[in-house]
Write a protein that binds this ligand. Sequence first.
Ligand code: CA
Length: 371
Amino acid sequence: MDRRKFVTTAGVAGLAGTAGLLAACNSRPEAADCPEGAAAAPAETFEWKMVTTWPRDFPGLGTGANYLARIIGEMSGGRLTVKVYGGNELVPPFEVFDAVQRGTAEMGHGGAYYWKGKIPASPFFSGVPFGLTGSEINGWFYHGGGLEVYHEAYAPFGVIPWPIGNSGTQMGGWFNKEINSIDDLKGLKMRIPGFGGEVLMRVGGTPVNIPGAELFTALQGGTIDATEWVGPMNDLAFGLFRAAKYYYYPGWHEPGTALEGLVNKAAYDALPADLQAIVKYACQAANMDMFADFEARNGQALRTLVDEHGVELRAFPEEVLAELRQAAAELIEEQAASDPVSGKVWASLKTYMENARTSTAVGSQYFVNHR
Ligand code: CA
């Protein structure tokens, strides 16, 4: 056995053992094995708030934020508790970043592309149009250099970001007319955030970004002509099928969107090391749990939309996708050239994407097409 590794592991186990003993002594100070004086210093507790861009308890997104808060409380034995707020409960959805930055809340949950006005590189961390799937982008974050550039991009704001959840490949959106050529997107007023919205603009559409909770009313009332939201599970929950006839795929603009957790750095730095580790690894656990939640529920939700609500599924024509792909490639290269942080992030992501494409093509992509 590698000696250094053994010593490190033993050190971590020893630390955890000491923390566990102290916690036990705090609740049972008369125990014979408690070090003298241990009971005199009760463990410090922390109460955090988490603001989100989602409606409270919204399937997958809001419930994922709840899951993260719950496991942080469980893992810390109640020493760090997190209270979750839905959009507009403490701050409006699109003020989540500001609230975490100024410390109104210690944590936030939303999507990186909502903060493009503040951090031009932020949409890269949600994912790029025609880019990575959910599995691929997790590879980039954890083992492809993604987390390093993500943290670096947000450091000037005193905010630590983590990927928390992934929608999987989204749907293309809800339309009340068929999209048979790129001309059908011209003049279309559509809710579509991030780089996807900018691509739509390049082919003649008018993108708007409004919070999820307002989508149904906007689409039904004609404020917008079309909208994307997420995928079957979330779109069913908002009842978007009642406001549009056609449900298009694929979500070329969001092929595997990473959701985002934000932590106020000063609040994080004020935690003892073991609670910092709990926050970090709880975020990683919640990332995987939310991804699995979407994977598990989208299939049934899609069947419900089609079989019970008569939704008409449509694929975007190949030539429409080709034009969007071209516009997306130009946009991303221009974005990367316009801002040094974006350039650095894109360099990392692009290299990873080229490798991922190669292996996915002969792996999961080829396999799924043949099962
Ligand atoms: Ca979306």
